[in-house]
Design a protein around this ligand. Structure first.
Ligand SMILES: [Zn+2]
Ligand SMILES: [Zn+2]
Length: 305
């Protein structure tokens, strides 16, 4: 899995930073988290392909997170997309997109499949090898954070154990590896758990913005391999963060610590900040490892060993 930050500013773009958007790549599929103005430009600059886009996950209906949506959807149309596009977000997102489509007198030749979120916690998608979770955050309007959680992988096949049990090398090994029981020529049954090591946990990538520190954020962030958390303000602006319902560097670090996350990446910085290292250092007093995102910065999650 790979994460590329397409925009890392809050409220308004700066010469260095576009508005919020993060691309998550997994096995050839792209999940786009928020779509601030101009995200499609960064998307191309990052070398990503529109045809790979499967999911749009929208945190909330503040302009800085959604003003890039229509442009992106129109570019998909111009690229002659036919594959459906899954879109999840708070109530109002569907109306926003369809109203714009109507007023712009445009049509999309591909299906938009909407999931509007209403519950404190929802499983947006549950597939064979991963699921998408959403949890309500604490912002000025309905806002959701997201987790992409891979399902546990089966344990490694232990060839020497299989040989000791008399399993011949060949197709029977493959069936055991896939979790099926097999019957040997002498009638004995060998179960997969006899020859597989312990199951291996999948990876978890979590996106939490915009929000105060809150239970929904901590719930999603639990044991995250990568936690992307907003840090709109430095620690000295804690009062402003409280009033505007955002988080400071230290508050983001505290969420990562409480949740037992493995790696924290801060984003959604107020345009006033130029020196991001000072923000990183504030968070690092409470939690490590922590990094700051910048536009087109990439993080790679290693495969499960
Ligand atoms: Zn924002
Ligand atoms: Zn907001």
């Amino acid at each position: 899995m790979r994460v590329v930050f397409l925009g890392t500013s809050s409220a308004t773009p700066t010469p260095q930073r576009f508005l919020p958007s993060v691309a998550l790549m997994r096995q050839g599929d792209i999940f786009l988290l928020d779509c601030g103005e101009g995200s499609q430009i960064r998307f191309r600059r990052a070398g990503l392909r529109f045809s790979r886009l499967r999911w749009l996950l929208v945190s909330h209906m503040h302009g800085d997170h959604i003003t890039g949506l229509l442009g992106l959807l129109m570019s998909l149309q111009m690229a002659e997309r036919t594959a459906p596009l899954e879109i999840a977000g708070p109530v109002g997102l569907q109306d926003y997109i369809l109203t714009n489509r109507r007023l712009l007198r445009t049509e999309f030749g591909y299906e938009l499949r909407f999931t509007e979120l209403t519950e404190p916690f929802e499983v947006v998608y549950d597939g064979p090898d991963f699921r998408l979770e959403a949890a309500r955050l604490d912002h000025r309007l309905s806002t959701y954070g997201y987790a992409l959680a891979e399902k546990p992988l089966p344990g490694r096949f232990q060839a020497e154990v299989a040989a000791e049990l008399g399993v011949p090398f060949g197709p029977l090994c493959g069936r055991l590896q896939r979790g099926e029981a097999v019957t040997l020529d002498d009638g004995r049954v060998v179960l997969p758990e006899q020859v597989l090591g312990p199951s291996r946990p999948g990876r978890r990538v979590v996106y939490v913005t915009d929000t105060r520190p809150c239970p929904g954020g901590v719930l999603l962030a639990e044991s995250a391999d990568l936690l992307i958390h907003e840090a709109t303000f430095g620690a000295d602006l804690a009062d402003e963060a409280r009033v505007k319902k955002h988080s400071t560097t230290r508050e983001a670090a505290e969420v990562a610590r409480l949740a037992g996350a493995r790696h924290l990446v801060l984003t959604h910085f107020s345009p006033r900040y130029v020196d991001l290292e000072a923000l990183r250092a504030e968070a690092a007093e409470l939690f490590e490892p922590v990094d700051v995102a910048w536009d087109l910065r990439e993080f790679v999650l290693e495969p499960v060993p």
